[in-house]
Design a protein around this ligand. Structure first.
Ligand code: C2E
Ligand code: MG
Ligand code: MG
Length: 288
């Protein structure tokens, strides 16, 4: 198969995932193989406070495919989900992140940073998911509160009563819950109140459409107001410009993720980001 990711005209006619059944099957086989051969790696994108302090991380999966190079998740997550590979792959992700958190125990700054892991609905549908996660946390010897499980608002909309129950079980064990892609589509406050959410992430599509006095700003304000009312931490994701940051700050958004501050990096590079000067995080020209 060929990955149709780069579109020279910037037009997105094609979904980036392979389209033909034969291509999908080939990718499926390669993903199984990749898991066996250890071709996956996690990267970490730092989250920053208004004052420029690193306050958390989001773990993002990378596939190092020998012939194609680094394949980003948008190219393979759908295939992994539809084929069920996301179940063992997602468990590998949680294991890898928990092992990393355990390694950071000896670091005075990294030892307390909460780390968000993206999960798919297929994982929640496994009857023993909560127990498996709790087992991993125990074996790694880390504090449950350092792990955030993150799922999208669209997934929440499709979650069953049992799925929500699994999330509640995890939360009652101390794991924190984060809701991703918030504000891109309507999410009922009723549904939000059914879960003990720790964090809401404003959708990057919303952040990137922000401009003064437009509909996106109103949607962002509504999202922030709702999070405040429910006493949930609010994070803006996909922040790329100083203008976006300024508008978000004016509206009292406390936390930021985005290329303006840092791209996702391998764990080994986080140390140097921690000690880099804050000015590097406020000048978009210096972000590369
Ligand atoms: P997400 O959870 O919303 O993650 C944010 C995505 O936006 C990441 O892409 C990140 O690299 C990118 N990003 C961060 N800041 C900016 C910015 O300022 N501008 C722009 N344009 N993009 C930014 P990535 O790593 O390619 O991941 C894409 C999606 O794949 C994630 O979206 C998440 O839904 C999914 N994903 C990633 N890792 C995992 C995983 O371990 N398990 C599962 N189930 N899904 C994952
Ligand atoms: Mg996410
Ligand atoms: Mg996101």
């Amino acid at each position: 198969y060929k990955l149709r990711d780069e579109d020279p005209k910037g037009l997105h006619f094609f979904k980036p995932e392979p389209q033909l059944p034969a291509q999908r099957l080939q990718m499926e086989q390669e993903l199984r193989e990749a898991l066996r051969l250890g071709q996956f790696q996690m990267q970490y994108q730092p989250q920053y406070s208004q004052q420029g302090e690193m306050t958390g991380l989001e773990a993002l999966l990378r596939w190092h495919q020998p012939r194609r190079g680094v394949v980003p998740p948008r190219m393979f997550i759908t295939v992994a989900e539809e084929s069920g590979i996301i179940v063992p792959l997602g468990l590998w992700v949680i294991q890898a992140v928990c092992e990393q958190i355990a390694l950071w125990k000896s670091d005075p700054q990294l030892c307390t940073l909460p780390v968000a892991v993206n999960i798919s609905l297929q994982q929640l549908q496994q009857a023993d998911f909560a127990n498996q996660v709790e087992q991993i946390i125990k074996l790694c010897g880390i504090a449950p509160r350092q792990l955030l499980l993150e799922f999208s608002a669209a997934q929440l909309q499709n979650a069953t009563h049992d799925n929500l129950q699994t999330l509640r079980q995890l939360a009652s064990g101390g794991i924190r819950l984060s809701l991703d892609d918030f504000g891109a589509m309507p999410t009922s406050q009723n549904l939000l109140m059914q879960l003990p959410l720790f964090q809401l992430k404003i959708s990057q599509s919303l952040v990137q459409r922000l401009g003064p006095n437009n509909a996106s700003e109103a949607a962002m304000q509504a999202a922030i107001a709702m999070a405040k009312q429910l006493k949930i931490q609010i994070v803006a994701s996909g922040v790329e410009t100083l203008e976006q940051r300024a508008l978000l700050m004016q509206n009292d958004c406390q936390q930021f993720l985005g290329y303006l501050f840092s791209v996702p990096v391998p764990a080994s590079q986080l140390k140097s980001l921690l000690y880099s000067k804050p000015t590097h995080r406020s000048d978009p020209l210096l972000v590369g």
